[in-house]
Structure formats: structure tokens, C-alpha cells
Design a protein around this ligand. Structure first.
Ligand code: LLP
Length: 409
């Protein structure tokens, strides 16, 4: 992302040119940023036997998966559908881990047929899997009694979470795995999403490493995803080198006492793709109420639900006028028929933002839309899903066509 003559450029291409060519609304991803984030994380973890499983749920566009496959990444899949797309993108089954929750018999059967290792987070589900595939290898998701995340909906550890077998149920796990002669080759946790303070992540890691000592045949330990990225201008980045060193040191110590060098696995989604993505939309309306000046754009929470769903802050740029010398207070609203359809939100709801002078016809860029943007989009209000484009070094490639009207029937 860069600014040239007060206009926003992505991957070396002017945003106005992109929306002219591919229409709007439009999702745009900077390929170099995706590759950069993946490698930044990979290089930060100095422990050598590391595997990064990209959490495909953040963005399942097949071309993005292909980019990550080329880099040597694996996949954290949560549905048979994500396994299907990942395999089509070229991932080998051995590089995919299925972490379904409340998985059905059909889900497990799909994994078995496709030779994908399953990571199971409930005693009843281990039992179900054992019946379907006795004498096999499994991974177990543990709830370490620690949770963290940017919003209650995104905290996946602790007593209020539906995920994982509680850390104190090791005896029960052993009973079930013996019954079906299952070998536990992996142990896993994922405590939540959008973590910028790593203390809870490290605490949960200690709990999981304690649990791991009870299993003799481990090949890997997976500490999940959750690594946050800054959404607000000036927000502190997580010190990835310090984090990588802290987890590597802990893991090294564990392996020495375990007597075997296991694989250290992580499952980042947001960290890899969030900052690479932008939702571009055109200003179609501008109006005032006694309280606000609303700028209306041709997209809505059907295309990016995070502000409406979590009160998540997404920075909005005026790609047509980046000049901040003359600003005005604006609320950016979408075209869905609900009052909550506002992009300029924070945890307290709708907020006025200082933005450069904005007029009908300008193109706005909603930042940090690469993760949980398109993948959570819907056809609400029967609006079509937007196209997706990937950009790099002045070249743009369409990676998903905008839906057609026929697609809605
Ligand atoms: N592993 C597991 C088992 C997960 O459930 C998740 C995310 C991840 C890894 C990746 O987490 P990440 O590194 O992306 O934080 N829709 C919400 C986020 C939900 C995350 C669900 N699980 C949002 O837009 O903030």
C-alpha cells in the first residue's frame, strides 16, 4: 500500500484503476504482504522443526491457498469443504489438519477417505471417531482453562468455551483411546483470536506442555492461531521476534525433558492475510442527520461483517483523496437495510471519524479486510458477492468473479 499524488495504490496499481476495471465493491489482496507475513512468522520461530498450518477459514480463496502452498505452508481446515478446496489448491493430505467441532459422522468419514489427520476436541467425538477408524492416529484438542481474544465471541478457551477436552480429563482420554487402540500423535489448543498481549498465549502453552507429558507417542504439539494484528493507526504491533523466541525456548526445554524433538505447530489465519486485504467501495450518497454526516457506500455488512458483529475497528481510507490537510467528521454506512450496517464502529458502536474531504464518486478502501472478510460474507439482501483480485508488482489478477444474478436463483 502506498500513496502517490494523494491517491491510494495497492500492489503498485491505483485503486481507482482497479475499481474501474473490475467494478465495485471489490476485494483486493496484496500478494507480497501475504508472503511477507508468512515468512516473518516462520523466521521468528527459531526452533527448527516448525510447521505453520494456515487457518483457511480466514480466507479460503484458492489462489491465496496456492500462494501459501508454494511457500511451504500447511492447512488448518475446519470443514470437509476446506479440505476439498485445499486439496484442489495442491496441498497434500499430510499437510492438512482437520479441527472440526461438533463434527458429524460424515465429516469424519470425509477425513478418513482423504487421509487427513483429525484433531478432536470432545470425548464423545473421540469415541465416534474410534468406532469409525479404530487403530488409527489422532490429535486431541485440549481446553487449557485459559482463553483470550478481541471479543467474547472469539475466546475459545476456558470454562465458557465449547471447544476442546478440558485439560484435567487426561484419564478419560486414555480410557477412550485404549478402547479403540488410537495413537495420540498430536496435542492441540487454540485459545482465541486477535491476541496482541502474548502472556495468556504463553500461559496456555505451559498448560498444554504439562498435558503433553502424559502422552508418549507425540509427533507434534499445536498451539493454535490467534496472533493479532493492529487495526487502528498507531496501534502497537506484536513483537513477533520476541514471541517467536519465547515459544521456541519453551518448546526446546519441553523437548529436552520429553526426550524427542517434536514438531512445533501454529495455526495463524489473521496474522497472514488480514493486512493484505482491502474492501473497495464507491461513495454513492452523502447526507446529514442532527448527529452525523453519513457517507453511503455500495457495499454493506453482507460483505464485511466484522464491524457490525464484533464492533471491530476497521480503518477506512479515501483512496481518491488521501490528503489529510482538510478533514471532516464522517460516519461510513453500507447499503444493507439495517441501522447496524456501519463500517466506522468500535466496541461502543457507531463512531464519527476524521477523514479527508469525501464526495459522491470517491472510492473508499476498508483496511484489514483480508481475514474474515470475504470468508464471512453472505448474500443478505440478495446482494451479489463481490469479485476478488490479487495484486503484485503492478499486475492484477482476478481470482473470483463477482456473482451473477443467476447465482442468486
Ligand atoms: N485454529 C483454530 C482451531 C481456530 O478456530 C482459529 C480461528 C484459528 C486457528 C485461527 O485464528 P486466527 O489466527 O485467525 O486468529 N471471525 C472472527 C475470528 C474467528 C476465529 C475463529 N477461529 C473475526 O473476524 O475476528
Amino acid at each position: 500500500m502506498e500513496t502517490i499524488n494523494n491517491k491510494l495504490f495497492l500492489g503498485g496499481i491505483s485503486v481507482e484503476e482497479l475499481t474501474e476495471k473490475y467494478s465495485s465493491p471489490l476485494y483486493v489482496y496484496e500478494e507480497d504482504k501475504i508472503i511477507g507475513q508468512y515468512n516473518k512468522l516462520k523466521n521468528a520461530i527459531i526452533y527448527p522443526k516448525t510447521r505453520i498450518y494456515y487457518a483457511a477459514k480466514a480466507n479460503t480463496n484458492i489462489e491465496i491457498l496456492k500462494v501459501l502452498n508454494k511457500e511451504g505452508c500447511g492447512i488448518d481446515a475446519v470443514s470437509p469443504e476446506e479440505i476439498y478446496i485445499s486439496k484442489k489448491a495442491g496441498f497434500d493430505s499430510s499437510n492438512i489438519l482437520f479441527t472440526g467441532n461438533n463434527a458429524s459422522e460424515e465429516d469424519f468419514k470425509y477425513c478418513i477417505e482423504n487421509d487427513v489427520l483429525v484433531n478432536i476436541g470432545s470425548l464423545e467425538q473421540i469415541e465416534l471417531y474410534g468406532k469409525l477408524n479404530p487403530n488409527s492416529k489422532i490429535s486431541i484438542r485440549i481446553n487449557p482453562d485459559v482463553g483470550a481474544g478481541h471479543h467474547d465471541h472469539c475466546i475459545t478457551g476456558g470454562p465458557n468455551s465449547k471447544f476442546g477436552v478440558y485439560f484435567d480429563k487426561i484419564d478419560k482420554i486414555k480410557e477412550v483411546i485404549e478402547k479403540y487402540n488410537l495413537t495420540v500423535v498430536g496435542i492441540h489448543e487454540h485459545i482465541g483470536s486477535g491476541i496482541l498481549d502474548t502472556s495468556k498465549f504463553l500461559l496456555a502453552m505451559d498448560v498444554l506442555l504439562k498435558v503433553a507429558k502424559s502422552f508418549d507417542n507425540l509427533e507434534f504439539i499445536d498451539f493454535g492461531g490467534g496472533i493479532g494484528v493492529p487495526y487502528r493507526p498507531g496501534e502497537k504491533q506484536l513483537d513477533i521476534e520476541e514471541f517467536g523466541k519465547a515459544i521456541s525456548d519453551k518448546f526446546n526445554d519441553f523437548c529436552s525433558s520429553y526426550g524427542k524433538e517434536l514438531y512445533l505447530c501454529l495455526e495463524p489465519g489473521r496474522y497472514i492475510v488480514a493486512e493484505a486485504g482491502f474492501l473497495l467501495a464507491k461513495v454513492v450518497n452523502k447526507k446529514s442527520t442532527p448527529n452525523h454526516v453519513f457517507v453511503g457506500i455500495n457495499t454493506g455488512f453482507n460483505h464485511l461483517i466484522r464491524p457490525a458483529m464484533y464492533g471491530s475497528y476497521h480503518h477506512v481510507l479515501n483512496a481518491s483523496n488521501m490528503d489529510t490537510r482538510e478533514e471532516e467528521k464522517l460516519v461510513v454506512a453500507g447499503n444493507v437495510c439495517e441501522s447496524g450496517d456501519v463500517f466506522t464502529q468500535n466496541e461502543d458502536g457507531i463512531e464519527d471519524r476524521m477523514m479527508p474531504k469525501t464526495k459522491v464518486g470517491d472510492v473508499l478502501a476498508i483496511c484489514n479486510a483480508g481475514a474474515y472478510g470475504f470468508s464471512m460474507a453472505s448474500n443478505y439482501n440478495s446482494r451479489r458477492l463481490p469479485a476478488e483480485v490479487i495484486v503484485s508488482k503492478g499486475e492484477a489478477k482476478i481470482i473470483r468473479e463477482r456473482q451473477s444474478l443467476e447465482d442468486l436463483l
